[in-house]
Design a protein around this ligand. Structure first.
Ligand code: APR
Length: 234
């Protein structure tokens, strides 16, 4: 950075939670290698085989609720930075886990939904859920079974909070993407939106992604994220 930033947007992806023990999507042994996307992460797949989709997210939820899964130093560094930084800070995550909030992040938007929430397909009401649920679970608002679905954005659906995200991107002067492969839009295009205001764009990732950021820093999130954000405060 030439001058200290005033307004920062950070985007995170599966790579920030990898060292907490949650699989990424596109690694050779990642989630999408074992579970075809169209079966477990599309409205059509849910219509065809709801049981399979409920079970897929029940498994992910059980894993997230287990004692082994905890926020790592990268999540904590972002929460500490938000607390110490005097300017405006928005954290946008594509992740459906709750590790950012458990680390203490506050100004946080889950653009792809949340594993610990379910939604009534009739009323669109959203409810907290930390256990399994399925087709047979009676809805808390309409009290009949069959209406609840995971509060997750599937392929072909509109990501959440896009107005707030775009507004923040258009006025930020630093955009940082962490642990995301840049395969899924609109998140993959955020660094271009940030350039509307000539923001500096930085990628922190384990490997090269092919996206055209101004600066690339490669390494494990638990190492490069704390180091990068500690320097920004100097
Ligand atoms: N530290 C930093 N980066 C890492 C680490 C790590 N320890 N481990 C993996 N990565 C990087 C990988 O190199 C890869 O570039 O994180 C990225 C993860 O990419 P994906 O698996 O594609 O995950 P993500 O970009 O979050 O996926 C976006 O796609 O499947 C949908 O809705 C799902 O939100 C998800 C979206």
């Amino acid at each position: 950075m030439h001058t200290a930033p005033n307004s920062i947007v950070v985007l995170t992806g599966a790579g920030i939670s990898a060292e907490s023990g949650i699989e990424t999507f596109r690694a050779a042994d990642g989630l999408w290698a074992n579970h075809p996307v169209e079966e477990v992460a599309s409205p059509q797949g849910f219509k065809r085989n709801p049981q399979l989709v409920y079970e897929f997210y029940n498994q992910r939820r059980r894993q997230l609720m287990s004692e082994e899964i905890r926020p790592n130093p990268a999540h904590s560094a972002l929460a500490k930075f938000e607390h110490d930084f005097a300017g405006s800070f928005l954290l946008v995550t594509q992740n459906i886990d709750n590790l950012h909030e458990r680390a203490g992040s506050e100004n946080l938007l889950h653009m792809h939904g949340e594993l610990l929430k379910m939604r009534c397909q009739n009323s669109q009401m959203v409810f907290d859920i930390s256990e399994d649920f399925s087709f047979d679970t009676p809805c808390r608002c309409c009290h009949s079974p069959g209406n609840l679905r995971p509060h997750i954005v599937w392929f072909g659906e509109m990501p959440m909070h896009m107005n707030r995200i775009n507004e923040a991107l258009e006025r930020c002067d630093l955009f940082v993407a962490i642990g995301t492969s840049g395969n899924v839009y609109p998140a993959a295009g955020f660094y271009q939106t940030a350039r509307v205001n000539s923001a500096q764009t930085v990628e922190l990732n384990l490997d090269k992604t092919g996206s055209g950021f101004d600066q690339h820093i490669y390494g494990k999130a638990t190492e490069i994220v704390p180091a990068y954000f500690a320097k920004l405060l100097l």
